[in-house]
Design a protein around this ligand. Structure first.
Ligand code: HXC
Length: 259
């Protein structure tokens, strides 16, 4: 895979890592970068050796938003007819294996939205989140007004979207936007540790857990619980369930075969 605006590598042969790489523009997101990101994630998703992915940026910026220089000249006709964002920015939503956002520095606008499209966010202590689009005369356009209130509640989401202020890592963790905060120099180590842990579990259960948690955002409680129950039942047909429970009963470490 040959990319210009992202770096792609694997760790331990099983974690796919994508580093956004437009440091001079604080990783401002454009069509090319988002297409490359989608392509890289899809390739990792299709690779049986890969069990989990990490998206990260630079120390200063995960991503400071969509590229304002590019958007500045767009007309309504350009974005509506061109299907801006919908066309190629949300491929991450089709990825079935877990994707962790390892965020340091600014995650603003589309950058915050990209982090929220990941399955969970691990934040460095210098991370700052925000939806400052209001300052540019627009609103979030990649799910910010939808995912942020689901993560932090209406009042704080309104505060962020209407004032455009930033939230530091402590506030982000306190309000449920991020799952953990780590020291900046431990961000990749901690994220990789989480990813490797995921890789060692049975992939069928991992994908089912991701699908089921995501279902909580798309359905009412009864439908969501029914969806979970059916996947839960289905996992009793897998080799990994036999292995996981036998290993527990016999006090040994489970070795999952993803089957
Ligand atoms: C294009 C950007 C950019 C962006 C920063 N840069 N953010 N370029 N699009 N979103 C560029 C700057 O122009 C500058 O380029 C270089 O990166 C460094 O930025 P500085 O502003 O000099 O750095 P600093 O003073 O440290 O301030 C950092 C910052 C600020 C607070 C993050 O850059 C900022 O406010 N950026 C815009 C954040 C934003 O509004 N994001 C939302 C975008 S709208 P030069 O060439 O001067 O060195 C959006 C819509 C989403 O995301 C809709 C759907 C996805």
């Amino acid at each position: 895979m040959n990319f210009e605006l992202i770096d792609v590598r694997t760790e331990a042969g099983k974690v796919g890592i994508v580093t956004l790489n437009r440091p001079k523009q604080l990783n401002a997101l454009n069509d090319q970068l988002m297409s490359e990101l989608g392509e890289a994630l899809k390739a990792f998703d299709a690779d049986p050796a890969i069990g989990c992915m990490i998206i990260t940026g630079s120390e200063k910026a995960f991503a400071a938003g969509a590229d304002i220089g590019v958007m500045a000249s767009y007309s309504f006709a350009d974005v509506y007819k061109g299907d801006y964002i919908t066309r190629n920015w949300e491929q991450i939503r089709t990825i079935r294996k877990p994707v962790i956002a390892a965020v340091s520095g600014f995650a603003l606008g589309g950058g915050c939205e990209l982090a929220m499209m990941c399955d969970f966010i691990i934040a460095a202590d210098n991370a700052r989140f925000g939806q400052p689009e209001i300052k540019l005369g627009i609103i979030p356009g990649a799910g910010g007004t939808q995912r942020l209130p689901r993560a932090v509640g209406k009042s704080k989401a309104m505060d962020m979207a209407l004032t455009g202020r930033m939230m530091d890592a402590t506030e982000a963790e306190r309000s449920g936007l991020v799952s953990r905060i780590v020291a900046l120099d431990k961000l990749m180590e901690e994220s990789l540790g989480a990813a490797l842990m995921v890789c060692d579990y049975g992939q069928l259960a991992v994908i089912a857990a991701k699908e089921s948690v995501n279902r909580a955002f798309e359905s009412g409680l009864s439908d969501g619980v029914m969806f979970e129950r059916r996947l839960f039942h289905a996992l009793f047909s897998t080799q990994d369930q036999k292995e996981g429970m036998d290993a527990f009963v016999n006090k040994r470490k489970a070795v999952f075969t993803h089957s």
